[in-house]
Design a protein around this ligand. Structure first.
Ligand code: NAD
Length: 432
């Protein structure tokens, strides 16, 4: 099939590359011309494991190409996926400007039937507005037929290709036989459960899923604070809870809370959607409150363990909002760095992938290091922010020897407290 992806970011680039890998002809479009020029030269805008190789192969085999012209791309398409950003407005609403712009541009470029599918995370009833926008902009070509559908994306950065190729389910929100048939045909090779439903339900599935996962993280973080008060171990509590199949173990890792480009904005947007329809999603307001408190709990741990923060050297391990990505959008590291710098700390940092992006947005005084050992050397305290695998296998004896004092504060519970105690390292973690 001929697929056009509009918005070549984390979702668009992964989806486009994977659709090509499944044998479709794909054009990835973006209005960021520099990004498109770079992609044509195989310069990746993001780090995502395996994406570089898969993209190169599909370009070489002529199934995947890049363009900054929606008009040309739409001409060669059967299905157009909207994959642009839906950031938060100041009041928490999703900003749908990019979605509306793309819907308008698609309409102006259409000359015959097209299926327009929204993959961006959007508030319920966006499909209705996309259809309205397309209709209004067809102008004197009113006879041209089109369908709008919703296929929300559930990939996780860091595992995006595997998640796309082996999804738990695919949600198809579509309301005509043509749209359902086209999308069923497109996704059939993925051999997973297809949830075919109306567009509003599909849109709600995405927001409800992300909000539920965010609430699950906040729940275990609230429990972790209780664990600290009574001397219990939250990792044991989570293990015991997670064995119950009704609960499940995933998203029960206590830590410094959720960040990233999705959960914070999607929770905000879902709360606002509820309010607009007279439904108080107060459970999510509490989840959001716990999340913003959790990072402050962590920062306080660092402050209390150093007594005076001013002029102390603090090494940070991990800057991206989670392992496997270089994404720094709403990463907890940003708040931690600015809090510690405002108290006069000297910051050294290492991240396996996110340092090029961090250099462009973090304070110039942050010293970026070539590896974890260099970040730890001479520090009063080493802080683990992102649980990259390589940190789990560090030589802790070497780390201890190189530090001014052996103090590790772990926001992700990657080490065993007893092991650290035996090694003579003062070790503070979350909920243990
Ligand atoms: P992103 O910011 O990485 O990419 C969006 C791209 O759209 C940018 O490259 C931007 O230049 C482009 N764009 C904006 N307006 C355009 C236009 N008019 N024409 C062409 N291109 C345009 O965003 P993302 O992280 O890929 O997220 C996209 C959507 O998918 C969001 O709604 C997000 O919530 C959702 N989502 C993201 C993830 C994730 O892990 N990142 C997972 C699931 C769903």
């Amino acid at each position: 099939m001929n697929i056009v992806i509009v918005g070549t970011g984390y979702v668009g680039l992964v989806s486009g590359t994977c659709f090509a890998e499944l044998g479709n002809n794909v054009i990835c479009v973006d209005n960021n011309k520099k990004k498109i020029e770079n992609l044509k030269k195989f310069i990746m805008p993001i780090y995502e494991p395996g994406l570089d190789d898969l993209m190169r192969r599909n370009v070489k085999e002529r199934r995947l190409s890049f363009s900054s012209s929606i008009k040309q791309a739409v001409k060669a398409s059967d299905i157009i996926f909207i994959c642009v950003g839906t950031p938060s407005k100041d009041n928490g609403d999703a900003d749908l400007t990019y979605v509306e712009n793309v819907a308008r541009e698609i309409a102006l470029s259409m000359d015959s039937y097209r299926l327009i599918v929204d993959k961006s995370t959007v508030p319920v009833e966006t499909g209705k507005w996309v259809a309205h926008t397309v209709k209004m902009n067809l102008k004197n070509r009113k006879g041209i037929k089109f369908d709008v559908a919703s296929c929300p994306e559930f990939l996780r950065e860091g595992h995006a290709i595997d998640d796309f190729m082996r999804p738990d389910r695919i949600v198809i929100g579509a309301e005509t036989k043509t749209a359902v048939d086209l999308l069923t045909r497109l996704f059939r090779p993925l051999k997973t459960t297809l949830v075919v439903t109306d567009i509003n339900s599909a849109e709600l599935i995405k927001h409800a899923s992300n909000s539920f996962l965010a609430a699950k993280i906040s729940f275990i973080n609230a429990v972790s604070r209780l664990c600290e008060k009574v001397g219990a171990d939250v990792t044991k509590v989570a293990y015991g809870m997670g064995l119950d199949r009704r609960i499940g173990r995933s998203f029960l890792d206590a830590g410094i809370g959720y960040g990233g480009s999705c959960f914070p904005k999607d929770v905000d947007a879902f709360i606002r959607i509820g309010e607009k329809h007279g439904c108080n999603l107060s459970i999510l307001k509490e989840a959001r409150r716990i999340n913003s408190e959790q990072i402050k709990v962590f920062i306080r741990k660092i402050e209390d363990s150093l007594w005076v923060v001013k002029d102390k050297t603090i090494g940070l391990l991990g800057l991206s909002f989670k392992p496997g990505t270089d994404d720094l959008r709403n990463a907890p590291s940003l708040e931690i760095v600015s809090a510690l710098l405002s108290e006069g700390a000297k910051i050294k940092a290492f991240d396996p992938q996110a340092m090029p992006k961090a250099r462009t947005i973090m304070d110039k005084s942050v010293k970026f290091c070539a590896d974890a050992y260099k970040a730890a050397a001479g520090c009063d305290c080493l802080v683990i922010i992102t649980e990259w695998d390589e940190f789990k296998s560090m030589d802790l004896t070497r780390i201890k020897k190189s530090m001014k004092q052996p103090l590790i504060i772990d926001g992700r519970n990657i080490f065993e407290p007893r092991t650290m105690e035996k090694m003579g390292i003062k070790y503070l973690s979350m909920g243990r």
